[in-house]
Each structure stands twice: as structure tokens, then as C-alpha cells.
Design a protein around this ligand. Structure first.
Ligand code: SUD
Ligand code: ADP
Length: 295
């Protein structure tokens, strides 16, 4: 078979929570949210090659993360009951660029990219909705990456309404600390009573991040980076952090502020997108391989 139809390279982008409201707490302790998700063009890359040995091989390994806990592995495992050929396996090469545990959803994105790639390579023929339903078991942010459109999200982040947002440039900052999502969501001072808003309100007026004060309190370095970034505009926290971001109308201004960023923090200038770069690349792959792909 033509090698092109047995392998695929896809980008796996990060997301930003443009705002994050906590509107309540469910009986199981999970928090009900309203958030606006936008993708950015800062991406990991995943190479998938079909094999015939029924194995899921991921390289290189992520430091201090056993393969079985890698969300890429978990996503591939979730799809195995749906493989057309029971002997099909996959070799996956991960080129990691996204900082982990930064609130930009790299792990969830990698899981979604894997679901999308293997659904095609393993000919599982599952709908996006079914893939999102499987993916939410791995994390609340997986569905938005599977669906691939910027979205107003409710529930724990899985009830999605497609939106079209402005696509500014962002300066993204990563303070040198790891924020524990669990610690933030169990803090007694976290506010959990932001009144629910309508999508029209969200799109017109935006919102805030209810986690910000608690994250700043637990993580002095996030606080320091926030105060620094705030000198340049409306600095925001994504998810439960630690990453912070600031929007700009043009790339020049974003680059100018980035050049003055203290060197102790990683920083990137990136572009907001309304469709996931994974979907753009997958659609391109499908177009190129349509005639070569056996049904
Ligand atoms: C906050 C958000 C916003 O996009 O993103 P990140 O900051 O992680 O990127 C997500 O909702 C993160 O969802 P998810 O990825 O499933 O969270 P996990 O890290 O698995 O959650 C760790 C712990 O936080 C608590 N948790 C998480 C999500 C939620 N809606 N309510 C919660 O109470 C739970 O106790 C959970 O065990
Ligand atoms: N492929 C993966 N990439 C990144 N993190 C992963 C992956 N698989 C599992 N994880 C775990 O998920 C955690 C959260 O990762 P990530 O999604 O990048 O952060 P966040 O949820 O804060 O945006 C990591 O700290 C790591 O332990």
C-alpha cells in the first residue's frame, strides 16, 4: 500500500480559556463552568504510522510519565474496540513543545489528535460526536479539541456551542511553576457562584477567570508574572494556569512586549484560531488520500 495512506502527521494545538466562570458545584465535587475556548497556533506534532502488530508504541517517552498514563496511549486504547482490522497497531512519535500543566490543554489536545488520527487510520468510522463522548472520559477539555471549533462551553466544559471569535495575536507567558488543578478546585476561597451568562453576553462583554486570585495566592511566581503582564494590558490566566496571556491587534506589538519579558519565563507570540489546526491538517490529508484509501 502507498506509504502516504498508512501514516499521518498532525499538529496538536493549545487552547486558551478567554474567560472561566465557575457557576456551581455538582454533587460529585466537580465544578460547573462557563468558558470561552479559543485555539492558538502553538502546537505539539504527532506522527502516526500504521503497523500490523496490534501494539501502541509512543516515543519518546514523557519524563516521569509511565506510557499507560500518557493521554495519547489512553486515547488509542479507547479506540481499539472499534478497529476494522484487529491486528492494526500504531507507532506514534510525539514532538512536544507545549508546556505541561500550564492550563493550555496540551495533554487533552494530544488525546483528541490521537482519536482523530486513529479513527481514520484504523477505519473506525466514528462520528466526531462519538469521539468527543469517548474523549471526555480522559479530560473535560478533550471534546473541544475533538470537535475542532472555538466554542462557548458549559457543564464541565463538554457542552459546546460553536462561536466565531476575533483572532488576535497573543503573548503567552509560562511562569516557572506547576499549578495543581485539584488544589485550586478544592480551595475554600474559590468563588463558585458567578451568575450564569448568555452566550450573546459572553461574546459581547467577555468575562473573567474565577480561579485567578486563588492561583495567585498559591503560586507567587504566577502573581509576579501577572503583575508584570498587567502593566502592558488586560492580562489573563488560562484555565487554572500557570500560563498567562495578553491579546494584541497586531504581531509587531506582541513581539515588542515579548522582547521585554523577563528571561526567566518562557514566552511565545501566537495567533488565535477559530478552527483547530488539527482539523485543517486532517481535512487536507483526507483530500490528498481520498482516491488511494481503501474503504
Ligand atoms: C480548568 C480547565 C478549564 O479548561 O482546564 P485546565 O486548567 O486543566 O487546562 C478544565 O476544566 C480542567 O478539566 P480536567 O482536565 O478534566 O481537569 P483535571 O486536571 O482532570 O482535574 C483535576 C481535579 O480538579 C477538579 N475539577 C476539575 C474540573 C472541574 N470542572 N471541576 C473540578 O472540580 C476535580 O477534583 C479533578 O479531579
Ligand atoms: N501527552 C501528554 N501531554 C501532556 N501531559 C500529559 C500527557 N499525557 C498525560 N499528561 C498528564 O496530564 C497533565 C496535564 O497536562 P496538560 O493537558 O498539558 O495541562 P493542563 O490540563 O494544565 O492544560 C500533565 O501534567 C501530565 O501529567
Amino acid at each position: 500500500m502507498d506509504h502516504s495512506v498508512t501514516s499521518m502527521q498532525l499538529p496538536s494545538p493549545a487552547k486558551l480559556n478567554l474567560f472561566l466562570h465557575i457557576t456551581g458545584r455538582r454533587e460529585d465535587g466537580y465544578h460547573e463552568l462557563q468558558t470561552l475556548f479559543q485555539f492558538i497556533d502553538l502546537c505539539d506534532t504527532l506522527d502516526f504510522s500504521l503497523t500490523r502488530d496490534n501494539n501502541i508504541i509512543i516515543s519518546p517517552a514523557i519524563e516521569q510519565l509511565p506510557t499507560e498514563e500518557n493521554l495519547i496511549y489512553k486515547a488509542a486504547k479507547l479506540l481499539t474496540p472499534f478497529k476494522q482490522n484487529p491486528h492494526a497497531g500504531v507507532d506514534i512519535i510525539l514532538k512536544k513543545q507545549l508546556p505541561m500543566g500550564g492550563g493550555i490543554g496540551g495533554g487533552s489536545s494530544n488525546a483528541a489528535t490521537t482519536l482523530l488520527a486513529l479513527n481514520t487510520l484504523w477505519k473506525c468510522h466514528l462520528s466526531l460526536e462519538k469521539l468527543a463522548e469517548l474523549g471526555v472520559q480522559l479530560g473535560a477539555d478533550v471534546p473541544v479539541f475533538v470537535m475542532g471549533f472555538a466554542a462557548f462551553a458549559e457543564g464541565v466544559g463538554e457542552k459546546l456551542q460553536k462561536v466565531t471569535l476575533d483572532t488576535p495575536y497573543f503573548l503567552l507567558l509560562k511562569p516557572n511553576c506547576h499549578v495543581s488543578t485539584g488544589q485550586i478546585f478544592t480551595d475554600k476561597y474559590l468563588t463558585r457562584d458567578t451568575p450564569p451568562i448568555r452566550i450573546s453576553h459572553a461574546l459581547k462583554l467577555g468575562g473573567h477567570n474565577d480561579c485567578l486570585d486563588v492561583v495567585r495566592k498559591h503560586n507567587p511566581e504566577v502573581n509576579e508574572a501577572y503583575l508584570w503582564l498587567k502593566n502592558h494590558g488586560d492580562a489573563k490566566l488560562t484555565g487554572t494556569g500557570a500560563c498567562l496571556f495578553l491579546a494584541f491587534d497586531n504581531v509587531r506589538d506582541a513581539e515588542r512586549v515579548r522582547l521585554s519579558t523577563p528571561k526567566k519565563w518562557q514566552s511565545w507570540v501566537c495567533h488565535g484560531c477559530n478552527t483547530s489546526p488539527t482539523h485543517d491538517a486532517l481535512n487536507q490529508w483526507i483530500k490528498q488520500n481520498r482516491d488511494k484509501c481503501p474503504k
